[in-house]
Unconditional design. Structure first.
Length: 134
């Protein structure tokens, strides 16, 4: 059976610019940065996480079909369906806000958790759920 989720792809418009955002603003570390058959493959993630995000630049998809490239470009600036977790969501919210990250204020949800939304430089959105000290 499946043991864990390893990589999640997120389409971006500029890998270098977004890589800097994920590392400097979100505190992720670069887990991999290599060339794979002419494509730059960048993987980032939180320091202690096995699940990582692969930052895919649609402009590097020259070997793909025109239809696949257009589909990829349409995914830039959309909801990723990825949720991050923070032990102290309030502190994380304030820290990210100070770094200039676009983030919504954490709100208690009907299902009991506390959640906000984080946006990267391409307006890809990620849920941020966590615990609160309040």
């Amino acid at each position: 059976m499946i043991d864990e989720i390893e990589v999640i792809e997120v389409m971006v418009s500029d890998q270098e610019k977004v890589l800097e955002f994920y590392m400097q603003n979100l505190g992720f570390e670069k887990k991999l940065d290599t060339d794979v058959s002419g494509y730059r493959w960048i993987v980032v993630g939180p320091k202690n996480s096995n699940t990582v995000i692969s930052l895919i630049d649609s402009d590097q998809m020259k070997k793909e079909s025109k239809e696949r490239i257009e589909q990829a470009k349409k995914k830039i600036g959309t909801t990723t369906g990825v949720w991050f977790y923070a032990k102290d969501i309030d502190a994380t919210y304030h820290e990210l806000k100070l770094k200039g990250v676009e983030i919504t204020e954490p709100v208690k949800q009907v299902w009991g958790g506390i959640m906000s939304t984080v946006f990267d430089q391409d307006k890809n959105s990620f849920g941020l759920v966590g615990d609160s000290k309040d």
